[in-house]
Design a binder for this molecule. Structure first.
Ligand SMILES: NC(=O)c1ccc[n+]([C@@H]2O[C@H](COP(=O)([O-])OP(=O)(O)OC[C@H]3O[C@@H](n4cnc5c(N)ncnc54)[C@H](OP(=O)(O)O)[C@@H]3O)[C@@H](O)[C@H]2O)c1
Length: 249
């Protein structure tokens, strides 16, 4: 049964929908009656999720997309518009997190985080802005991080990329708000996902200890926060949300 009725009939794009928070957001939107385009690089994963959403009675389209590529994002816009028409809800969720100490981390890791978390987000934003501004009411949700505010050893570049996301959200409200685009910035704390999977050694141990002491949200719990936020009446903007496990501070 639909919990957030305002989502019915919306047309959503969720980047990074192959796993974790993005997959949970896509499921939550579809369960509430939105058409959902799933964007990520792993075609098999998003196709599997789209099939599951459709089997559950929802509407979903898998569009294999690399947000670091202009051509790939342009092709995604074309595919989504052809299948679903104009998009009125974009969730910029795709991101990567690669901790590393400032003296030794490979520069390529920093480049990947900036290319994905910042430039990729901007590329998706630009590609869908004509859709978002076309009709006087739309939502743009950017998934930043508590790391935009808190500092952790080895997370300098990741935190900087998320601080950029938070700044972009703030600045965009002035530009897109008057055009009816509600810009919401979400800063999660620890959330269960695949983000941690590739982190090994001392960095992985640090994360495990932190999760054990601070707790962790389920991806579905964060997705519920996002679905609640974008289903408020159009003129109400919960513009900045820090969503943490109660035991994290
Ligand atoms: N988990 C947390 O504790 C936490 C806390 C704060 C903020 N966040 C943020 O939440 C967002 C989602 O992360 P998550 O925790 O759910 O981790 P995740 O499970 O690793 O999900 C990241 C998603 O981004 C996609 N992605 C990565 N690079 C991409 C690219 N170039 N083009 C298109 N898609 C790409 C991945 O799919 P493919 O590999 O198939 O492309 C994957 O679906 C990220 O922005 C992350 O920084 C997470």
């Amino acid at each position: 049964m639909s919990q957030y009725e305002n989502l019915a009939g919306r047309t959503a794009v969720v980047t990074g929908a192959a796993s974790g928070i993005g997959a949970a957001i896509a499921k939550a939107f579809a369960a509430n009656g939105a058409k959902v385009a799933l964007l990520a690089r792993r075609a098999d994963r998003i196709q599997e999720l789209a099939d599951k959403i459709r089997a559950d009675g929802g509407q979903a389209l898998a569009v294999a997309t690399d947000i670091t590529s202009d051509a790939s994002v342009d092709a995604a816009v074309t595919a989504v518009n052809a299948a679903f028409g104009r998009v009125d809800l974009v969730v910029n969720n795709a991101g990567v997190m690669i901790p590393g100490d400032i003296g030794n981390a490979p520069f390529a890791d920093w480049q990947k985080m900036l290319d994905t978390n910042v430039t990729g987000l901007l590329r998706v934003l630009r590609a869908f802005t004509p859709d978002l501004t076309a009709d006087g009411h739309a939502d743009l949700v950017n998934i930043s991080s508590i790391a935009a505010h808190l500092t952790f050893p080895e997370y300098t570049v990741y935190g900087a990329s998320k601080a950029a996301v938070t700044f972009v959200s703030n600045s965009l409200r002035a530009e897109l708000g008057p055009k009816g685009v509600r810009v919401t910035n979400i800063e999660p704390g620890l959330v269960e996902s695949e983000l941690r999977d590739d982190i090994t050694g001392e960095s992985g141990a640090f994360l495990d200890e932190w999760i054990a002491s601070a707790g962790i949200l389920a991806a579905e719990e964060l997705a519920d926060v996002v679905a609640y936020t974008v289903s408020r009446p159009a003129r109400v903007n919960l513009r900045q949300i820090i969503a943490l496990p109660t035991t994290q501070y």
